[in-house]
Design a protein around this ligand. Structure first.
Ligand SMILES: NC(=O)c1ccc[n+]([C@@H]2O[C@H](COP(=O)([O-])OP(=O)(O)OC[C@H]3O[C@@H](n4cnc5c(N)ncnc54)[C@H](O)[C@@H]3O)[C@@H](O)[C@H]2O)c1
Ligand SMILES: [Zn+2]
Ligand SMILES: [Zn+2]
Length: 366
């Protein structure tokens, strides 16, 4: 924890006063070195990835607007989307805003407008921001492309979770897996991402949702509160359960949302996918990991699909507001996701609790 200097917003930028920030596992990947940039790219772009203001899930209020900002004004309530969306690049134009070209500078943490920093240490050193947001600070300066304006009556401390976890998990089921009514779905790993994949699959009308996690109380919560129909403590246990439940047909969709994606999880995961079915990898692997265990005969001959997923393949400008309407209707659970709240100086305790399996989601309140 240290004091930083924050510049005023420049063209196309806004200053945000944060209300809350969620503790997503992706910041832990940043801390452990799983998400370290290729040094050649960093040098080419003139980025020092570290030091970096962590945090990429948050919500707050616009307190200052830079020149040329047309979509926001002071006082607006916003969710900070970890994926910025410009609305004009080929991906945005196709409705794939999760693949916006602005994503190419996500890990550099500099401002999109001019590749410089608005965040500086007390010594004057430039600071990066995680996913161009930096929500582990009570104030931040971001591009308007990272801000999704929401209705002012929505509680900002709940809306914060839409900046990553809820939208990513829900979209992993609804968009990436394309769960259909009557299907059988397995979700592996019940953190802030996986528990939302469970509620997304249930909302999409899945017949069976098997929630897999070694932590007992998370499995119980998945069934009692988030719509899972079954729970298993391990992939092996889920496999046995699935074989019996489906008379050997297996799952239509399997979604991987463990804390770390490792290559040895892929075959057991794809082994649970039925012919013509789909496996979704949402969990983040170390950036240099390439080794994967996968039966390619089975993949081809059973016409299985293995797909990647970023931000739940969602469109932040449509899906964040759409999900908040479901929350208002009582169909999407947000309050129940927040297991513990912390002050900013307790952030490391929050991450320890995440690693110890104590939280569905921890939340910093400012
Ligand atoms: N693709 C994206 O856009 C995106 C966005 C956000 C987060 N993520 C990633 O999603 C993953 C999950 O994030 P989170 O915040 O929910 O993490 P988390 O640490 O809160 O939850 C992970 C859960 O996985 C469980 N788990 C670990 N190994 C397991 C195994 N072998 N079988 C079953 N369960 C297992 C843990 O007990 C824990 O409950 C992380 O890798 C994160 O970086 C990806
Ligand atoms: Zn995240
Ligand atoms: Zn774009």
């Amino acid at each position: 924890m240290e004091d930083i200097e924050l510049d005023d917003p420049k063209a196309g930028e806004v200053k945000i006063k944060l209300t809350a920030a969620g503790l997503c596992h992706s910041d832990e990947h940043l801390r452990t070195g799983d998400m370290v940039l290729d040094p050649e790219i960093a040098e080419l772009m003139g980025w020092n990835q570290f030091p970096c203001v962590g945090g990429h899930e948050g919500a707050g209020e616009v307190v200052e607007v830079g020149p040329g900002v047309t979509t926001l004004q002071e006082g607006d309530h916003i969710v900070l989307s970890f994926i910025p969306s410009c609305g004009r690049c080929p991906s945005c134009a196709m409705g794939r805003q999760h693949l916006c070209d602005y994503g190419s500078v996500l890990l550099g943490g500099r401002q999109i407008s001019d590749n410089t920093s608005r965040h500086h240490s007390a010594k004057g050193e430039d600071l990066g921001t995680m996913c161009l947001t930096g929500t582990f600070s009570p104030y931040t300066v971001v591009n308007e492309a990272s801000c999704i304006k929401i209705d002012p009556w929505i509680p900002l401390d709940k809306a914060a979770l839409l900046g990553c976890g809820v939208t990513t998990g829900w979209g992993s089921a609804v968009n990436a897996a394309n769960v259909q009514a009557g299907e059988t779905v397995v979700v592996i790993g019940l953190g802030g991402i996986g528990i939302n994949a469970v509620q997304g699959a249930a909302l999409a009308g899945a017949r069976h949702v098997i929630a897999v996690d070694p932590i007992d109380w998370k499995r119980e919560r998945a069934v009692s509160t988030f719509g899972a129909t079954h729970a298993a403590a391990s992939v092996e246990e889920a496999q046995a359960m699935l074989a019996e439940m489906t008379w050997g047909a297996n799952a239509d969709k399997v979604i991987l949302t463990t804390g770390i994606a490792t290559g040895d999880l892929i075959q057991p995961m794809m082994g649970m996918v039925t012919k013509g079915g789909r496996g979704v990898v949402t969990a983040v692997a170390p950036i240099v990991q390439e080794d994967v265990k996968l039966n390619l005969f089975d993949l081809a001959m059973q016409r299985k699909e293995l797909v990647g997923c970023i931000f739940g393949n969602s469109n932040p400008r449509r899906d964040i507001t759409r999900l908040l309407r479901l929350y208002e209707d009582g169909k999407l659970k947000l309050d129940e996701l927040i297991t513990r709240t912390y002050t900013l100086d307790e952030v490391n305790q929050g991450y320890q609790d995440m690693l110890d399996g104590k939280n569905l989601r921890g939340l910093i309140k400012y």
